[in-house]
Design a protein around this ligand. Structure first.
Ligand code: IPD
Ligand code: CA
Ligand code: CA
Length: 268
């Protein structure tokens, strides 16, 4: 993997994240509903995506770009990411609800995929000034230092995070049932409201696993390569191989917990 791709992802994610932090302190946030009653978008999400798209299109005019705010559905995005060409995938503000409520847990995610594989990516946490980067075969880093997952090897003492996809009413009840089972099995189970923050924290060993049945490719395209290069296991929530069509959701764990969720999140 070309480390210029990793560098570009990192620089652009950081610039967009610093824009978001400044915007939150100095500008008025316009909050709009997207599809459902609890799915929001703000002028900050849109401006952040505009910035990321502009930078990437200038740097890599021959590559495709997909951002969350383009409004493509999961199947359409998967088709592009499974194709032969490079495609950048961006979540310009992950954790919009946290951001609206001035909780510091939000992130910018910029990933590069081709042929169904996540190849390079960056996740930036503006409030912690932490930049997570990775390229396939090049290792995973936080602010330039190598990262590694935790040595957790049993669910009973593990620190797990999850999300229950408030914006997808149909998923709420099954996800709460799954959360109930995981919370009973795990040492500690929490809902933090930003997939990218939880993915970054799993990659660097501050937490032991994260799962979510309501994600989209832009939530995980950067995170997958960061997790795998750090040494974590990535799958769908049933511990089967991950797919960009997102039909099976997303699970990442420290290597010692690989497969440990099979018993608590069984196939429906
Ligand atoms: C959301 C957050 C949330 C998760 C949702 C995501 P957004 O992203 O990551 O934690 O539960 O499934 O869609 O909408 O803030 O970019
Ligand atoms: Ca997101
Ligand atoms: Ca978002």
């Amino acid at each position: 993997m070309n480390d210029g791709f990793v560098r570009a992802a990192g620089e652009i994610a950081r610039e967009a994240g610093q824009f978001l932090k400044h915007f939150s302190d100095h500008h008025r946030l316009n909050v709009e509903h997207k599809g459902s009653a609890y799915d929001f978008v703000t002028n900050a999400d849109r401006e952040s995506q505009r910035l990321v798209a502009e930078r990437l299109k200038a740097a890599f005019p021959e590559h495709r770009f997909v951002g969350e705010e383009d409004g493509l559905d999961d199947a359409a995005v998967a088709e592009i990411l499974n194709g032969d060409g490079y495609c950048w995938v961006c979540d310009p503000l992950d954790g919009t609800v946290n951001y609206i409520h001035h909780l510091g847990l939000y992130a910018v995610s910029v990933g590069l995929a081709r042929g169904g594989e996540s190849l390079a990516g960056a996740i930036y946490l503006p409030e912690w000034d932490e930049l997570y980067t990775a390229g396939r075969g090049l290792g995973a880093f936080c602010n330039g230092k190598p990262i590694a997952p935790s040595d957790a090897n049993e669910l009973a003492s593990a620190f797990i995070t999850a999300d229950i996809a408030a914006s997808s009413p149909l998923l709420k009840t099954p996800n709460l049932e799954r959360f109930h089972r995981v919370a009973l099995a795990a040492g500690s189970a929490r809902i933090e409201g930003s997939a990218c923050v939880c993915i970054a924290q799993t990659a660097c060993g501050r937490q032991d696993a994260y799962w979510n049945m309501g994600l989209h490719a832009w939530d995980v395209a950067a995170g997958i390569v960061i997790l795998e290069e750090a040494g974590c296991a990535v799958s769908d929530i049933y511990s089967d191989p991950f797919r960009f069509d997102m039909q099976g959701g997303f699970l990442c764990t420290a290597p010692g917990l690989k497969g440990a969720f099979r018993a608590v999140i069984p196939h429906p």
